[in-house]
Design a protein around this ligand. Structure first.
Ligand SMILES: Nc1ncnc2c1ncn2[C@@H]1O[C@H](COP(=O)(O)OP(=O)(O)OP(=O)(O)O)[C@@H](O)[C@H]1O
Ligand SMILES: [Mg+2]
Length: 222
């Protein structure tokens, strides 16, 4: 599904945020990309969603080189990916319900479908009853879950979540992780980028250090 082939990303003259990183992710995996701060996790996310270009190497999605996509093809490509950014990127003057429904409206969905999908994802992220609140009226954990709801409402092939539990306490971290596991069980590929050690049994773990892939739990060699 996703393939990184000897991907490097250089910023400035000589600083490598990623160096010769290769890995493969299959459909319906639960993936943890881990490593300390600055190790290159968000850089991988940005390359995947074609927000940045690799300096060297190839990133492909179902065999298609993501960085050869035409500008006009990018929106359609990005629709296949549900992204939750570390800062959530919620729209402050839209309610919970509107923050979710507008991404379906942009794709021209019918009102009745929107209502049903919004209800469905609010159930998944356990935000029923908070439809009319604005983001600033939500707790950090609720904002995180709203961002997840918005990322999954158009039924993407993959959900990518940057630091899902970084600013949450233990209880909320567990809730968010349980929700992401549930989304995985419902058939979506899940990729989490995290500097924390998260407990997910059978997860495909990619460990980064200073831009290098130190360990891939799905290959024998380290
Ligand atoms: N636009 C940029 N220009 C220059 N350097 C950058 C840029 N973006 C990232 N870097 C550097 O690349 C390295 C990797 O950054 P990245 O954001 O991928 O780390 P990370 O693993 O996500 O860290 P964190 O856990 O703190 O989010 C860091 O040293 C960072 O300072
Ligand atoms: Mg990061």
């Amino acid at each position: 599904m996703i393939q990184f082939e000897e991907v490097s990303k250089r910023y400035g003259k000589s600083f490598y945020a990623l160096k010769d990183v290769s890995f493969h992710i299959s459909e319906k995996e639960f993936v943890l990309v881990t490593g300390s701060s600055g190790s290159g996790k968000t850089t991988i996310l940005k390359l995947l969603i074609a927000e940045e270009k690799p300096t060297k190497g190839k990133v492909s999605f179902y065999g298609l080189n993501v960085h050869n996509l035409r500008h006009s093809d990018l929106p359609r490509y990005r629709q296949k990916l549900g992204v939750v950014f570390q800062d959530y990127r919620l729209i402050p003057d839209k309610t919970v319900k509107e923050n979710i429904s507008f991404v379906m409206e942009m794709l021209g969905a019918k009102d009745s479908d929107i209502r049903e999908s919004v209800r469905n994802v609010l159930n998944i992220v356990r935000l029923r009853g908070k439809e009319k609140r604005y983001p600033h009226q939500l707790s950090g954990g609720e904002q995180q879950r709203l961002a997840i709801a918005r990322a999954i409402v158009n039924e993407p092939d993959i959900i990518l979540v940057d630091e899902p539990t970084a600013s949450l306490d233990k209880e909320n971290s567990k809730l968010v992780l349980d929700i992401l596991k549930k989304i995985h069980e419902l058939g979506t590929t899940v990729i989490l980028f995290t500097h924390k050690q998260l407990k997910v049994s059978h997860a495909h773990t990619l460990t980064l250090q200073d831009g290098k892939l130190m360990h891939d739990s799905y290959t024998k060699e380290h």
